[in-house]
Design a protein. Sequence first.
Length: 406
Amino acid sequence: MQKVYDYIIIGGGIVGISTAWQLQQREPGKSVLVLEKEQGLAQHQTGRNSGVIHAGVYYAPGSLKAKLCKAGVEATIGFCSEHNIPVENCGKLLVATSPLEVERMQALYQRCITNGIKVELLTAEQLKAVEPNISGLGAIHVSATSIVDYKRVTEKMAEVFTAAGGELRLNTEVTRLKESATGITVSVLENGCEVLVQGRFLISCSGLMADRVTRMLGINTDFQIIPYRGEYYRLTARHNRVVNHLIYPIPDPELPFLGVHLTRMIDGTVTVGPNAVQGWKREGYGRINLSWKDSGEMLRFPGFWKVTLANLKTGLQEVRNSWWKPGYLKQVQKYCPQIQLEDLEPYPAGIRAQAVMSDGSLVHDFLFAESPRSLHVCNAPSPAATSAIPIGGYICDKIQERREVV
């Protein structure tokens, strides 16, 4: 007789694994299965980001992002401390380089105060004292920002999860879902063969494929995942000590992206990036990427055209700088002029899974959808890695409110 799992989780990124680990802890008598289509964990957004434990500077007061990010800082650092995973509390500086950015800096400073984040305003002289290689008119110092290797965090969570009785299947791609009054049937491809897996409740943490998974169950949603490539460079080794903190520009509040920044990595190197270039393949990490399926879906979606036209000038600049390295370099030189073209070495790109509504509006907060026997994480871009433990707890709470289902 085929085993029926109490919970099936789609996705082996940090949000999926965090949810599985906490669910197994809360309900040790229940069976929990994680399905991941790749050969390893954290192969997409989790393993292709800056590795920053964000303090919660940018997020609207009262939003789920603001709440879960702040809780995530303590939870992530606590988990890493318990399991001997290196964390460096290097702090972050948001640097203003123009009068307009100084105005935005003041507004961002007030948001930090509202969100209960400890910050300090620095003058140009104070900025130069703490960062001799950085130029600016002023900065916000965020002391509660750290760096970590999120892939390593995810793998440790998975280790704890499986040691507690959880089950993890890699190389297992979900192809179809069918929901009934009593459970969920999941069709998966394993070693080229279709296999059916039975569960009582499904949790989808499928990132770049979130909209496709909701469609498999016929859930009526009004969004589509639009991929944006984040391209990085790594500085040559001689610049490994060029900064003492993470260095970010003051972001445009109308855009969801934070701008090109200098990030100290936990391995001692320094990366530059990311930009935000329109992607034409959801998992397109090479220099030239095109998927007819992904592009066709995107071009047929009204929200894509609306958001693209609304941000056309910025989008064209991003494409130009993606292909013209001096343009990319200029984004860095405005606050770190000593970096030159020869200092920018290749580094793997990432893809941001951005949920866009059909009216062209970007989903800025975390977004969830559900059916009687499923719960879906539809939008979880940055700071999802920082917030992964409280997001997992939030999902567990929502599931446990539905005791009659499982």
